[in-house]
Design a protein around this ligand. Structure first.
Ligand SMILES: NC(=O)c1ccc[n+]([C@@H]2O[C@H](COP(=O)([O-])OP(=O)(O)OC[C@H]3O[C@@H](n4cnc5c(N)ncnc54)[C@H](O)[C@@H]3O)[C@@H](O)[C@H]2O)c1
Length: 248
């Protein structure tokens, strides 16, 4: 390991947006720990980490602490969509619990675990120029109603509150916490709704008439990682081709 090399942990890095973020950070000087639910991943430093499991979060924190004694960036990207889209008048407790458990509770306790680790490193004063940061990947669903997947929207609105809460709390320790809200991004998650979104995009649902890419999201995360937005703690960055603009 190079002296003063920065360490990043990215969750859900096996594919899609997380993969794009992890690759971009690697290409920009970070030593990146890719993590996901799968047992292994070729060609990268990989950690099996199911964010909904306390023992996995604990083991990941131990691994990083023992191996690197530092963590500069946590990217909470891991998340799931509804297995089946169901109207809010019909959806099940099982689907609701799954989404909240992974997307919201998992992200909350990832923030808690690794914020404590970062606070410990900061207060030890042993790491030169140490400025840790946290980025959560929320969604345009944090504020947009989709009645066919209400539990996803609720889970992501929860992630946005998690960003506010940790930005508030960690201000005291000078640890910026920001979030990125992707819009319609081409990944395995959105494969099943390709035709639907192709149509919506061509009809103008987004001012910028194209799908977003994992790279679009990764660029925003890189800006945070490089410290360009430190005084903007608590801010949500929309990466959505203008989807969030109210139009008439
Ligand atoms: N694709 C989009 O249009 C879009 C839009 C807004 C927000 N998002 C969010 O971006 C993030 C990434 O989405 P994506 O489109 O790349 O999805 P994806 O399904 O392609 O990839 C998600 C990755 O997260 C992993 N994962 C799932 N559950 C996990 C768990 N419990 N612990 C650890 N890893 C887990 C999966 O194995 C997968 O590798 C998600 O949080 C998603 O909600 C996606």
């Amino acid at each position: 390991m190079m002296e003063n090399e920065k360490i990043a942990l990215v969750t859900g890095a096996y594919q899609g947006i997380g993969r794009g973020i992890a690759d971009m950070l690697s290409q920009n000087g970070y030593r990146v720990i890719y993590s996901d639910v799968f047992p292994e991943m070729e060609g990268v430093e990989y950690l099996k980490l199911d964010i909904s499991k306390a023992e996995n979060r604990e083991a990941a924190a131990d691994y990083i602490d023992k191996k690197y004694h530092r963590l500069d960036l946590l990217v909470n990207n891991a998340g799931v969509a509804c297995k089946v889209r169901m109207d809010i008048l019909e959806t099940t407790e099982e689907s609701f619990d799954r989404l909240i458990n992974i997307n919201t509770k998992g992200t909350f306790f990832m923030c808690q675990k690794f914020a404590n680790l970062m606070i410990g490193y900061k207060s030890s004063g042993k790491i030169k120029d140490y400025c840790p940061r946290i980025v959560n990947i929320a969604s345009n669903s944090s504020y947009t109603s989709s009645v066919s997947r209400g539990e996803y929207c609720i889970s992501k609105a929860g992630v946005s509150m998690i960003t506010s809460l940790f930005a508030d709390k960690l201000g005291e320790y000078d640890i910026p916490v920001l979030e990125v809200r992707p819009g319609i991004i081409k990944t395995p998650m959105t494969e099943v709704v390709t035709q639907k979104y192709d149509k919506l995009i061509s009809e103008g649902i987004t001012p910028t008439k194209r799908w977003g890419t994992p790279d679009d999201v990764a660029k925003a995360v890189l800006a945070v990682a490089e410290g360009l937005l430190d005084f903007s703690t608590g801010t949500a960055i929309n990466v959505d081709g203008g989807f969030h603009i109210k139009r008439l």
